[in-house]
Each structure stands twice: as structure tokens, then as C-alpha cells.
Design a protein around this ligand. Structure first.
Ligand code: PLP
Length: 458
């Protein structure tokens, strides 16, 4: 064993190797030295476990692989064949062509992000999206921050720090990724006052909890779960009437906040910011990258004096969005204004996709894969909206079903493909839902499946 250990070269000796010298030229000294050390460490461990010292050529190969691996970005595009439209783990909403172009332009050069072109002086970064939100929703004013969690935190910190906020027990939700209403409340310095029960809360429960410490009545949309059966929540109109009668704010955290009516696509109704504003709430907040289909952002709409107060609050500076996001948000909002959202915004195109178009795509996929000797067919399946919206609601789809010896192994190999392909396993088959595969990804998807199949066959 000592013998074998002694056969391992030093890092300096390794660096004389021609292949490694070429690698050093291309990737730099640091990455190559790190890879040499890691490869030698690994070889030492293997020797201590009883193996022989690796042949020099093998060691060099291993180092090359380690360097290339380290130099590859770890955040990469993936093909989402899961049928979950707003897949939070896969980056939520893909963006429209126009949105991407606008973001690219904003990133590439200078912009009038905070410059008033008419006056030739400093302007506000917030006017760009604000004007559009006002037109689209009838809001008096708007503010855009980093995400909806930041929006909720900012609203609570600005208007309820050191005071009480009343929420129904049925709305103390946890959204994925650690957003829990009671914890956000605590972080903001506001005191949570829970009223009612998990399934039933009445307007008089709120009324009874109001005292001189109360600042706000808050509604949180139960985005990602549904309570069915013996339930009751007061309407937003009732909450607004009570809050305003007592001189309190009424704030609505909508979560997703759809600008279009999801009922038009056979789904349940996802609450819309325009409805909250029409009901009279003072502020409503929602995400940019859920059903809005825009870049990550938190949108706050509502009464002008309140939005002005939010803009001035010091925390706002820490939660602000950059020019690239603002440019993208603006481009996405223009699709709504031009009435072309379902033709341009990817997530709405996916929601609006017809059974015929999905079937045609899945059929084309299956034909090509059958020609490659794979056991592929087209079946009825279900897509979901995801992103913590519309729980339990599904959209009927036509999916490609693939029979393979081991679906788990096949799925793992697909994830290791470039680009990674994420499929779903149902009834011991792999399912690929065309609804969430972007139109220009068909070839990469099928080539990836064929590659994995060939690999596993040998
Ligand atoms: C998703 C969601 C949030 C968090 O929004 P992010 O934009 O992910 O920060 C907050 N509240 C509700 C009700 C949500 O559904």
C-alpha cells in the first residue's frame, strides 16, 4: 500500500503533463491545481481502500473531467416536460420573446431607468411599470419590489410595526420555500392576531378583535391548499367595510394575482387584483412570476398616499428591483394592454393550449420515437397550473407515454442529459406533457430521449 501511495505523482509533476498544461492555458492555474489536488486525494482514498495507484493517463483524464465540470455553469436551462406550468423549482414563468428582448436591451446599455427624458433630470425607476399597472387594473398607484414576500414584509413593516394585524386562522399559510405568514409577520415587527377557526371565520370574529393597537385587517389568499366542506370566510367587501369603519387598513395578499380570468380555461377562479381594488382594499400584493408570467417581482397596487409612504420607507431601498426586471415587467404588461397575453406570454399560451394542438405534438413525438424502436404512445393525462395556484385544479392534456425497463433509471439519465429533461412517472411509465415543453425544444427533447434509450440498451 505504501508502495502504491508512493507511486502517486506530486501536483508539480502533474502540471508538467502536456494535456494539463493545455488545460491550464484554457482554464487558468487555480482550477487545474484544485482539480489535481482533488484527483490525488481521491486516488489516495482508493489506495487506502485496497486499490492500486491509477495509471498516469487515467489520472490526467480524471483531472480534465474535474476541471471541465468546475468550469461549467451550474444554473442551466432544463426542459420541463412535467406538465406543471408554473414550476417553482424549475424557475416559475418562462418569459415572452418581447420580454427577453427588452431585458437584453436594458442589460446591454444605458437606459432611462431613473432619468426623466423630457426634463433632462433625475426621474423615478418606478414610473415605468406604474403607468401600465394603473391602466390595467384601475389602481391609483403601484410599487414594484423584489418579490411578493418582500412586498408583504414591506407593507407590514411600514404600516403595522409595533401594532396588531388581524388575520383569519384559515389563512395562516405556508407557501413553498419558507414563506410562512406568522413568521413574516414576526420579522416585520407586527403582532399577529389570529381570529376564527381553521375552517370558519366570520366578520364578527374580526370585529371583536379590533382594539386601539390594531393597524390592519389582512387577507391572505390560501394559494396552495383548499379547505372544503363546512367553511366560511367573510367577503372582501365585508372586510373592507369593517376596516374602514374603524379607520384601519385592509390589505390583500393575493399570491398569484391573475390579470386574466382563469375560468375561461375551465379552471376555478383565481382572484384578480382588479377585483380586490374594486372591492375597496387599500393595498393588494402579488408575484411577478406566477400567473402574471413576468420576471420575478413583487407588485403592490393601491391608494396613492399609501404607495407614496411605501416608496419613502427605508426598507424599500433594500428590496428594490433592477432595470432588467423593470424592462421585462414592462414588456410583459404591454402584452396585456395590447390584448395579446394568450398569444405571447408563455404561461398563458400553455394554459390556453387546445387539446388538438397538444395531441398533434404528442403524436408527432410518438411517431418519431416509434421509428427509433421505442415503445411510445399518446395518452390522456392532466397538467396543473402549479406555483401554488389553483390547488387540485387540472387541465386535460395529451401526453407522450414511454414504456421502458426501468422508469426511475431512465428518468435519472434524462436529468443528466444536456439539456436536462424533467419528466414524470405515472403507472410505471414515463410521461412527457407537451403543454410545458416550449415549441423550440421539441428536437432537443426527442434527441435526449433517443440518446438515453440508446445508452441504456448497450
Ligand atoms: C407565492 C406567495 C407568496 C410569495 O411570493 P414570492 O413572489 O414567491 O415571494 C406570498 N403570499 C402568497 C399568498 C403566495 O401565494
Amino acid at each position: 500500500m505504501q508502495d502504491q501511495l508512493r507511486q502517486l505523482p506530486s501536483v508539480d509533476a502533474l502540471l508538467q503533463d502536456l494535456t494539463l498544461r493545455a488545460l491550464e492555458q484554457r482554464y487558468g492555474h487555480t482550477l487545474v491545481v484544485e482539480a489535481c489536488r482533488a484527483a490525488l486525494d481521491a486516488a489516495r482514498q482508493r489506495i487506502l481502500a485496497g486499490a492500486n495507484a491509477p495509471m498516469p493517463a487515467l489520472l490526467v483524464d480524471e483531472i480534465r473531467e474535474r476541471v471541465e465540470q468546475a468550469a461549467r455553469p451550474s444554473l442551466v436551462p432544463v426542459i420541463n416536460a412535467t406538465g406543471v406550468i408554473i414550476h417553482t423549482n424549475l424557475g416559475r414563468a418562462p418569459l415572452s420573446e418581447e420580454t427577453i428582448a427588452a431585458m437584453r436591451l436594458a442589460a446591454q446599455g444605458y437606459s432611462n431607468r431613473e432619468y426623466d427624458l423630457e426634463k433632462g433630470e433625475r426621474g423615478s425607476r418606478y414610473v415605468h411599470a406604474e403607468t401600465l399597472f394603473k391602466r390595467l387594473t384601475g389602481a391609483q398607484a403601484a410599487l414594484v419590489v423584489n418579490n411578493n414576500a418582500a412586498a408583504v414584509m414591506l407593507i407590514l413593516a411600514t404600516f403595522a410595526r409595533g401594532k396588531q394585524v388581524i388575520i383569519s386562522r384559515g389563512q395562516l399559510v405556508e407557501i413553498g420555500g419558507g414563506f410562512r405568514v406568522p413568521e413574516v409577520m414576526q420579522q416585520s415587527g407586527a403582532t399577529l392576531v389570529e381570529v376564527g377557526t381553521t375552517n370558519r371565520t366570520y366578520i364578527h370574529d374580526y370585529a371583536r378583535a379590533i382594539n386601539e393597537q390594531t393597524a390592519m385587517v389582512m387577507r391572505v389568499h390560501a394559494s396552495n391548499f383548499r379547505v372544503i366542506g363546512f367553511t366560511h370566510q367573510p367577503t372582501l367587501e365585508e372586510l373592507v367595510a369593517l376596516a374602514h369603519e374603524k379607520n384601519l387598513l385592509c390589505v390583500d395578499d393575493l399570491g398569484s394575482g391573475a390579470l386574466l380570468d382563469t375560468r375561461a380555461y375551465g379552471l376555478a377562479h383565481e382572484p384578480m387584483p382588479q377585483e380586490s381594488l374594486a372591492a375597496g382594499v387599500d393595498l393588494v400584493s402579488f408575484s411577478g412570476d406566477k400567473l402574471l408570467g413576468a420576471p420575478q417581482a413583487g407588485i403592490i397596487l393601491g391608494k396613492k398616499p399609501l404607495i407614496d409612504a411605501l416608496k419613502k420607507y427605508p426598507l424599500t431601498r433594500a428590496l428594490r428591483v433592477d432595470k432588467v426586471t423593470l424592462a421585462g415587467l414592462q414588456a410583459t404588461l404591454l402584452h396585456y394592454l395590447k390584448n395579446e397575453a394568450t398569444k405571447k406570454i408563455p404561461i398563458w399560451m400553455m394554459i390556453a393550449a387546445t387539446r388538438e394542438s397538444l395531441d398533434a405534438r404528442a403524436t408527432k413525438w410518438a411517431e418519431r420515437l416509434r421509428a427509433s424502436k421505442l415503445d411510445a404512445s399518446v395518452i390522456d393525462a392532466e397538467s396543473t397550473v402549479g406555483g401554488g395556484s389553483l390547488p387540485g385544479e387540472t387541465l386535460p392534456t395529451r401526453a407522450l407515454a414511454l414504456n421502458v425497463a426501468s422508469p426511475d433509471t431512465f428518468a435519472a439519465r434524462l436529468r443528466a442529459n444536456t439539456p436536462p429533461i424533467i419528466a414524470r412517472i405515472e403507472a410505471n411509465r414515463l410521461l412527457f406533457d407537451p403543454r410545458t415543453v416550449l415549441p423550440n425544444e421539441d428536437d432537443a427533447l426527442l434527441a435526449g430521449i433517443e440518446r438515453v434509450a440508446k445508452h441504456l440498451a448497450v
